[in-house]
Ligand binder design. Structure first.
Ligand code: FAD
Ligand code: AMP
Length: 472
């Protein structure tokens, strides 16, 4: 029986990063992964690289170019004629990016001498993991001093809208349509629903989003959410709030969707329907409970702040445990577990995990929302700076949105930074660094920001907390 210091189960951004860090720190490491790509070939990278972060951003970029070429350049004096989209080529480009990046992980495994055990991992207890190959071949059992579970998540299914992968699809299906649906229904107005809805709307679909909650983007700072709602509606996304889907029927080549809204039964017909109502932790076939692991009522493996499970020597990270289902959170947990196994005292600061929604403009934030601070009774100061007043944003023709900084009234410590605007996904890093260093708004104020940049809006928002803005 092969013996390892660490066996990682799952090679998404949690698992593959954990495996690389373990190997870098001198541990004999293997990673079990069962993913098969659409060609039936084994692939590393998990949901993030294969059907998540990367392919969705590839399509968001392609569709953004298409829309921008058609509608975003008039003011620049650039006119275009007959802009066309070749959907098959766009999807092939996305598939190519995925192939290159997943192949890159295989290369990193080789470089770091990590054994990729291709197959499905099953916990047998006592540090043993059975690996059942997805193709031909015999199951193999390996032994590990430590096991890191990084089995991720899968799209949540709902009984009223069973996925048939033809007319009713989940997020994976919506990344591979071979033509632009004339009408597209999206169940769930969360991060994934809005990103995928944006892709197809920009390419010409009439997109109708059905969201069960009455509040748009409830977990997001509501000043930002309202601004994003306004923009998305203006661009033509039909967002119906308080709309709970109760049934679907595929008839001919159409999907009839029934939903209740304001106590009334409603219906609509679409060409394709995307079910994007969240993701569920994945422990299928892992034998977790039988191996003694505690799993909570929502299916997450229970862990402490250092990702220890209740079983000594077994750790769990990423989407399969509590906390935001985000790739970077999974990776940081992976690094933490690897480094703690090597005797270091690494921590993950969960309060400083950034969030991004890649609509255009983008929405990004870190820390508390105004609603959270109010609920917690924290006294705070607030500074807002609109991109309309930013020279760089004006030069770019991207003036929608704002930066908002929330800081403790007494100490001036920054409690939350919210950005709705161009390149918010990049701008948020300054916010994360500031919060990680426990910065005050005065620290951002005394930091020189290059001119002209979008980041000056951050500087001005910090000034705004103390009513000292220069440009408004
Ligand atoms: P996963 O990436 O889900 O990987 C788990 C891996 O484990 C899979 O490869 C699976 O095959 C394997 N596995 C499971 N069970 C076993 C087993 N028993 N044996 C062997 N292998 C097993 N997050 C962001 O931060 N930014 C984004 O922009 C973003 N966009 C997204 C867009 C979409 C459309 C989707 C669906 C998700 C997006 N996410 C995004 C979320 C992100 O993909 C996840 O948070 C991230 O992939 C979680 O990483 P993980 O390592 O925990 O699990
Ligand atoms: P997220 O967790 O960000 O992917 O968002 C998923 C969204 O789907 C949430 O805003 C939920 O309120 C919404 N949702 C869940 N079930 C339904 C349903 N049956 N009909 C409409 N929206 C739903």
């Amino acid at each position: 029986m092969k013996d390892y210091d660490v066996v990682v189960i799952g090679a998404g951004p949690g698992g593959y990063v954990a495996a690389i860090r373990c190997a870098q720190l001198g541990m004999k490491t293997a990673c079990v992964e069962s993913w098969l790509n659409p060609e039936g070939k084994p692939a590393l990278g998990g949901s993030c690289l294969n059907v998540g972060c990367i392919p969705s951003k590839a399509l968001l970029d392609s569709s953004h170019h298409y829309e921008h070429l058609q509608h975003g350049l008039d003011d620049h004096g650039i006119t275009t004629s007959s802009v066309k989209i070749d959907v098959k080529k766009m999807i092939a480009r996305k598939d190519d990016i995925v192939k290159t990046l997943t192949g890159g992980i295989a290369g990193l495994f080789k470089k770091n001498k990590i054994d990729w055990l291709q197959g499905h991992g099953k916990l047998l207890g006592d540090g043993q993991v059975e690996v059942v190959p997805t193709g031909k071949g015999k199951a193999e059992t390996v032994k590990a001093k430590n096991i890191i579970i990084a089995t991720g998540s899968v799209p949540t299914a709902i009984p009223p809208a069973p996925v048939d992968d033809k007319y009713i699809v989940d997020s994976t299906g919506a990344l591979s349509f071979d033509s632009v649906p004339k009408t597209l229904g999206v169940i769930g107005g969360g991060v994934i629903g809005l990103e995928l809805g944006s892709v197809w709307r920009r390419l010409g679909s009439e997109v109708i989003v059905l969201e069960a909650l009455d509040t748009f983007l409830q977990p997001v700072d509501q000043q930002m959410a309202k601004e994003a709602h306004r923009t998305l509606k203006k661009e033509g996304m039909d967002i119906r709030l308080g709309a709970m889907v109760t049934g679907t029927e595929v008839k001919g080549k159409k999907v009839k969707v029934t939903y209740t809204q304001g106590g009334k039964e409603q219906s609509l017909e679409v060409d394709k329907l995307v079910v994007s109502v969240g993701r569920a932790p994945n422990t299928q076939g892992l034998n977790a409970q039988e191996a003694g692991l505690k799993i909570n009522a929502r299916g997450f493996i229970e862990v402490d702040e250092h990702c220890h499970t209740n079983v000594p020597g077994v750790y769990a990270i990423g989407d399969v445990v509590r906390g935001p289902m985000l790739a970077h959170k999974a990776s940081e947990e992976g690094v933490m577990v690897a480094e703690r196994l090597a005797g270091q005292s690494t921590e993950v600061h969960f309060d400083n995990v950034p969030w991004v929604i890649y609509t255009w403009p983008e929405l990004a934030w870190v820390g508390k929302t105004e609603e959270q601070l109010k609920a917690e009774g924290v006294e705070y100061g607030k500074g807002v700076f609109p991109f309309m007043a930013s020279g760089r944003a004006r030069a770019m023709g991207e003036t929608t949105g704002m930066v908002k900084i929330l800081a403790c009234k007494k100490t001036d410590t920054i409690l939350g930074i919210h950005i709705y605007g161009p390149n918010a996904s990049e701008l948020v890093s300054e916010a994360v660094i500031a919060m990680e260093f426990g910065a005050s708004t005065e620290d951002i104020i005394s930091t020189i920001h290059a001119h002209p940049t979008l980041s000056e809006a951050m500087h001005e928002a910090a000034l705004a907390v103390d009513s000292r803005t220069i440009h408004i």
